[in-house]
Design a protein around this ligand. Structure first.
Ligand SMILES: Nc1ncnc2c1ncn2[C@@H]1O[C@H](COP(=O)(O)OP(=O)(O)OP(=O)(O)O)[C@@H](O)[C@H]1O
Ligand SMILES: [Mg+2]
Length: 241
């Protein structure tokens, strides 16, 4: 059941690609200020679900909602304008542009256009400390992720879908990322759905966790409860469970 205070989510999503069933009757929701972890083994369908939620793939059945509004007929750009922001597994930045130019391009991409002040605010928010005249392509993985996140945060989204934002980061960077995500949820009331493989990372920061296995949502609940679930342990750790 989707609760009345859910601000974003989906109900009964089924997706087939090239004749293969990828998602089966998947539902999830997130509230404002809530950080929902989405876990599952490789190939479970986590990224495909993000493609459906963000509007790049279109499901055969089910519905995606933002508040009271159904998003199913809207493409990825319309959904982004309405407040659905998403990051990708690989942090691809425009190599030929400097940080300043990348932020400027991002603020001009969405009407109503943002001011330079919005870009400065977003860069400070994510603690992007590199000089703005540096080429974006010269940044390390964490700064690339920060730059892309700053581009999204300028638009003050309602929901942020993050696909494995900790991959390629070292432990101190992951700790900083954790703090940042909690801050975005707690202080900016952003609804965050976070795909992450490391259970311990989600245990520390997620309010709730959903588990996908072979395209089916097999568990949902508090991190402790979900990580202790036998089906989850079997799906996640296989023979080691
Ligand atoms: N465009 C596509 N066409 C056909 N099959 C696809 C397509 N995209 C994904 N798949 C298949 O859907 C299944 C789920 O893939 P998906 O990338 O969503 O999994 P995931 O849970 O994100 O995995 P990972 O943890 O490895 O990132 C996989 O079997 C994949 O091969
Ligand atoms: Mg994936």
């Amino acid at each position: 059941m989707i609760p009345a205070d859910a601000c974003f989510g989906c109900e009964g999503i089924s997706l087939a690609l090239g004749g293969r069933v990828i998602l089966k009757d998947v539902s999830l929701f997130v509230r404002r200020g809530e950080l929902l972890g989405l876990i599952g083994p490789n190939g479970a369908g986590k990224t495909s679900l993000f493609e459906v939620l963000s509007g790049r793939y279109h499901q055969q059945q089910g519905s995606v909602f933002l508040g009271e509004r159904r998003l199913d007929r809207l493409d990825i750009h319309r959904r982004a304008r309405l407040g659905v922001a998403r990051t990708y597994q690989s942090p691809v930045v425009p190599n030929a542009l400097t940080i300043g130019e990348t932020l400027r391009a991002a603020r001009k991409a969405y009407a109503p256009y943002m001011s330079a002040h919005d870009a400065e605010w977003a860069a400070r928010l994510v603690r992007l400390e590199a000089a703005w005249d540096r080429p974006s392509g010269s940044l390390d993985t964490f700064d690339r992720r920060k730059l892309l996140l700053a581009c999204l945060m300028m638009r003050r989204p309602t929901v942020l879908l993050m696909d494995e934002p900790a991959s390629g980061l070292i432990n101190t960077e992951i700790a900083e990322l954790d703090l940042l995500l909690r801050k975005l949820a707690d202080e900016y009331h952003l609804a965050i759905i976070l795909i992450e493989h490391r259970l311990e990372l989600l245990g520390a920061i997620a309010d709730r966790v959903c588990v996908l296995d072979l395209g089916v949502m097999i568990a949902e609940g508090g991190p402790e409860q979900v990580f202790g679930d036998e089906r989850v342990r079997a799906a996640y750790f296989g023979a080691a469970a």
